[in-house]
Design a protein around this ligand. Structure first.
Ligand SMILES: Nc1nc2c(ncn2[C@@H]2O[C@H](COP(=O)(O)OP(=O)(O)OP(=O)(O)O)[C@@H](O)[C@H]2O)c(=O)[nH]1
Ligand SMILES: [Mg+2]
Length: 263
């Protein structure tokens, strides 16, 4: 049986991230967030016992994925390592960044701590720069309430341009709404339009100059504005990852073309 073009991305997930999606009826959801904000609690509540833990290929960082069904769709949830940013300063940050960037999940949920939301928003803004399919889960709402902190999730959603769901994952509160948003964003039923940071004039001008070159090289495989920002930051690890991942993807595309010829 030949690979289809659509299955190339899924094959990349298997080859590079050890995530077997099988066929195209499963949606892949990444769960990102700072350490200790309740990612695994959300993950366990949604997936129950349907989990598998291993290591990220070539890394000693653990990789837990699990599945669940919602509204007749199957979801594969990937619990990413806890990170404060996607700057690839550590192996955990690199794993999280590469998965969101190259694994192209159907949606990314960023779990945050309602008791110290401001600190967590740094990662949220970075994920919003990388992908449109992002959902903000403000967890530990019960703790925030206990401390007299009120989070206006509606105002936050409007300010950020993405869906925001308040949860208390330990007691299961808000998880149905979270599954609903994941469902809607990952199948395109609901669109988000993340508000992007506008940088000082000099930086924006450099981004503008770089974008056509990046598009020429990468087409629409990666978000060109985000790649331009990373180049300006001097992030060499991203260039290495681009080379490594896109080489694999091109191999799969080539296999797919060959398969088409023989079909
Ligand atoms: N009160 C309260 N506690 C929670 C909630 N969600 C998680 N916790 C607790 O917060 C602690 C951390 O939860 P984890 O799910 O392990 O957090 P994590 O983000 O996976 O942590 P790392 O994997 O270490 O980054 C645990 O003691 C949880 O029981 C919540 O909504 N309310
Ligand atoms: Mg965890």
């Amino acid at each position: 049986m030949g690979l289809t073009c659509q299955s190339c991305g899924k094959a990349l997930l298997k080859e590079k991230f050890n995530i077997r999606v099988g066929n195209n009826d499963r949606l892949v959801i990444a769960l990102a967030g700072n350490p200790n904000v309740g990612k695994s609690t959300v993950f366990n509540a949604l997936t129950g016992l349907k989990q598998h833990t291993g290591n990220w290929p070539g890394k000693t960082v653990s990789n837990t994925r699990g599945s669940y069904k919602y509204k007749n769709k199957k979801f594969v949830l990937v619990d990413l390592p806890g990170t404060y940013s996607l700057l690839a300063n550590s192996v955990e940050e690199q794993v999280a960044r590469d998965f969101i960037c190259f694994g192209k999940p159907d949606a990314t949920v960023v779990v945050t701590d309602a008791t110290c939301l401001e600190r967590n928003l740094n990662l949220v803004l970075q994920v919003m720069e990388l992908t449109d399919h992002v959902i903000l889960c403000v967890n530990l709402m019960d703790e925030a309430k206990r401390k007299g902190i009120f989070i206006d999730t509606k105002a936050l959603a409007k300010a950020l341009g993405i869906p925001v769901v308040g949860t208390s994952a330990r007691s299961g509160e808000g998880l149905i709404e979270l599954m609903d948003k994941i469902h809607n964003i990952s199948i395109g039923l609901e669109k988000s339009s993340p508000k992007r940071i506008v940088y000082p004039k000099e930086i924006e001008e450099e981004i503008k100059k770089l974008i056509p070159h990046i598009k020429g090289l990468l087409g629409d495989q990666l978000n060109p504005r985000w790649v331009a920002l990373k180049i300006l930051e001097g992030d060499k690890t991203l260039l290495d990852s681009i080379q490594q991942f896109l080489y694999t993807e091109n191999c799969f595309k080539h296999q797919s073309e060959v398969a088409c010829v023989y079909e």
